[in-house]
Design a protein around this ligand. Structure first.
Ligand code: NAD
Length: 371
């Protein structure tokens, strides 16, 4: 059976880094015998320029008939003057998240020991590197709860946002996090504000319920304020973090910063929809279109390349060859950074070799080993 992947390249550095990700994907596809059909579609500012809208119907249709979406990045100053509802980020990316109910956002933040210098933390803390997976609930909580708005009351303006979580929403994202923990070091930290918020009390109860089905995963709970501190104090103590939408928005950026460059970090947004070989999802770098460096050939392609590895691991999780291909990609990235000492500008330091986007992509494709 051939799996379908919609490739949405987008704007800014999107086309440059996607080219390298596809170079790597083609390499593992032939060697691991993966039967994939890729369909390139317009999205974002590039789609506005060509068709007038950020998500043309043909692009949406291709996504609907695919098993996974490989996404570049969208947006940039050229389209920032448009009304918000027509701008690439909202009309394309946020629309896709809603349309496909992409409720679980997974962001691994890996700080390789060889890149510890890029982290703002003291070398004593990050010398050995760290590997944290943030699992953030993406379609509930304060961002979506009703009522919401700004109104006039007794002569002054009042803003209201509502935090609502249903048991089913907590349960499904918790399962994703526990499943992910099973594939890693089997330790999960759930983060809430149960000492103040009723949402936190329910969150904790449901996570405890789900934990009963995962006896091999150790679980601890932290309040969000303490978690923000402990992550800076000792990121090596964490494996999988599970949290709700707003806390996850903030914490995943904190952890990304601790890891060094945003150019290294992939992400996956998973839906409940099962595909013949796994779960439907959208895979993209954690950063944006980086207009300040677009077109210069200097962007780090590793976030986009590792997004391909996540796509193979999560959307084709029942295929042993796809999971082996994902591991081969991750190992190749590690070996180019650690042994090859090649660096794009964002992670360069004295004594290493500075390379551009395509040299980095080619080195990673060449480093893929097929044992
Ligand atoms: P950004 O992530 O694009 O850039 C922030 C900084 O990180 C810049 O200095 C940039 O050069 C650097 N950077 C990002 N990716 C890099 C890479 N691969 N290699 C090296 N350096 C990299 O964030 P921003 O500047 O706030 O946003 C720029 C545009 O991207 C905006 O239009 C924003 O709305 C859009 N955006 C899109 C997405 C998305 O498509 N998922 C996400 C965030 C921002």
């Amino acid at each position: 059976m051939t799996a379908q992947i919609a490739v949405l390249v987008g704007d800014g550095i999107g086309p440059e880094v996607m080219e390298e990700a596809l170079r790597v994907l083609y390499k593992v596809q032939s060697h691991f015998g993966l039967r994939l059909k890729l369909t390139r579609q317009l999205v974002g500012g590039a789609a506005i320029d060509a068709t007038g809208v950020a998500l043309p119907p043909q692009t949406l249709q291709a996504c609907e008939t695919s098993d996974a979406i490989l996404f570049g990045s969208v947006g940039g100053p050229k389209w920032a003057f448009l009304p918000p509802e027509r701008q690439p980020e909202r009309a394309a990316l946020l629309f896709l998240r809603r349309h496909f109910s992409l409720f679980a956002n997974l962001r691994p933040a890996i700080c390789l020991p060889a890149l510890a210098h890029a982290s703002p933390l003291h070398p004593r803390i990050v010398m050995k590197g760290f590997n944290i997976l943030c699992v953030r609930e993406l379609t509930g909580g304060l961002y979506f709860g009703e009522p919401k708005g700004i109104s006039e009351e007794k002569g002054e303006r009042v803003a209201v946002d509502t935090m609502v979580y249903r048991e089913s929403e907590i349960r499904r994202v918790a399962k994703v996090a526990f499943d992910a923990a099973l594939l890693r070091s089997r330790h999960l930290t759930s983060i809430d504000k149960a000492n103040v918020l009723q949402n936190g009390v329910l969150w904790r109860r449901i996570v405890d319920d789900v934990a009963a089905h995962y006896p091999d995963v150790s679980l601890n709970h932290l309040y969000i304020d303490n978690a923000a501190m402990q992550l800076i104090r000792n990121p090596c103590n964490f494996d999988v973090l599970l949290t709700e939408n707003l806390f996850g928005d903030v914490l995943s950026d904190e952890v990304a910063m601790l890891a060094g460059s945003i150019g290294m970090l992939p992400s996956a947004s998973l839906s409940a929809r099962a595909t013949p070989q796994g779960r439907f999802g959208l895979y993209e770098p954690s950063g944006g279109s980086a207009p300040d460096i677009a077109g210069k050939g200097v962007a780090n392609p590793i976030a986009q390349i590792l997004s391909v590895a996540m796509l193979l691991r999560y959307s084709f999780s029942t295929s042993q060859s796809a999971v082996a291909a994902a591991t081969a990609i991750e190992n190749a990235v590690c070996s180019v950074i650690t042994e090859g000492r090649l660096r794009t500008a964002d992670i360069w330091t004295e004594g290493t070799t500075k390379v551009g986007t395509s040299e980095m992509g080619k080195a990673i494709a060449d480093a893929i080993s097929f044992q």
